[in-house]
Write a new protein. Structure first.
Length: 184
């Protein structure tokens, strides 16, 4: 259940490709059977299709063949990206023995920003947090004239993240902005 909530389904693309393959093979099979039974073809007999295919380079402009090849290549590339892509949604699973708990990355980023603002004693607007691809980036903009210790903020945030018991480790990077915020 957790995998279903944290990963995108490939069912739509799979059904679409399988349906096109079934329709194409069904039509070719029907045309072949009709040809063997010496019945008229639905669209084109196997002999007509073979003749068309053999004469295709002679009857088509080279630019048409090139564009058709590019189109087929792009469709193949799109299917390859769908098949090999991670399909990961921006969500994280929390460890639990009894329940399936899923938290959106934006919620985790918001919680990290709130915790970092408390640890650094700055306003929440002075903290930018982002969670993406198993990595959390937190940038703190200090109040002008007040220095901040990135290590202590990092340590505090790591303890906070450990207390959430995420199923997967989240790499945490804390940075202090060089430009301070004016008198907050």
């Amino acid at each position: 259940m957790l995998r279903r909530e944290t990963h995108r389904s490939r069912a739509v693309s799979s059904v679409l490709v399988a349906s096109l393959a079934i329709l194409t093979l069904g039509w070719l099979g029907t045309e072949t059977v009709l040809h063997l039974l010496k019945q008229p073809a639905l669209l084109a007999s196997p002999a007509q299709m073979a003749a068309w295919l053999l004469n295709l380079p002679n009857n088509t402009l080279p630019i048409g063949l090139i564009l058709a090849g590019i189109g087929i290549g792009l469709v193949g590339l799109a299917l390859l990206v769908i098949a090999l892509g991670s399909g990961r949604k921006p969500k994280r699973a929390l460890s639990s023995e009894r329940n399936a708990l899923v938290v959106d990355d934006a919620v985790i980023a918001s919680a990290l920003a709130r915790s970092a603002s408390q640890l650094a004693r700055v306003q929440t607007a002075q903290v930018f947090a982002q969670v993406q691809n198993g990595r959390a980036k937190v940038e703190v903009r200090p109040t002008s004239g007040i220095s901040l210790d990135a290590q202590s903020i990092q340590h505090g945030l790591e303890q906070e993240v450990r207390s959430w018991q995420l199923a997967e480790n989240l790499k945490l990077v804390v940075s202090i902005n060089r430009q301070g915020a004016v008198g907050v």
